[in-house]
Design a protein around this ligand. Sequence first.
Ligand code: CA2
Length: 146
Amino acid sequence: MPPLIFILNGPNLNLLGEREPAVYGRETLADLEAACRDEGRACGVAVEFRQTNHEGKLVDWIQEARHAARGLVLNAGAYTHTSIAVLDALSVLTMPVIEVHLSNIFRREAFRHHSYVSMAATGVIAGLGSDGYRVALRALARRLAA
Ligand code: CA2
């Protein structure tokens, strides 16, 4: 059985491809999921891909990952910059966690420069669009195989 990686996406990422293409590109969330499934197959990991607009749901899923997954890719959306609840949930995990952002949050507004998620992340990838999710999956697959 290939190791299972949770890929969790936070608020408004369901709108991908519909608005703000200059910031987030033209790919939809379904395109992003397909890219992750592709990459998962290529590097030998199983992928559970989810999106929610609700902070508590994200916390529930991070808690679920404790028992269900071997690694986590997390784009917490705007909760990245606000949520101590997400940080607390992540702090309990012992598996590798890669924080991903489609956009380069450091080229954007100052309020996006701080990330609570980073305090609990193994690594951080920003600004590479869907390639960032692929790189995150590769890195997790290599760690789990080591
Ligand atoms: O760059 C990223 O991946 C972000 O996590 C995306 C979040 C933003 O709050 C973070 O600062 C950086 C927002 C996702 C919203 O996505 C939209 C897509 C299309 C139209 C409107 C919003």
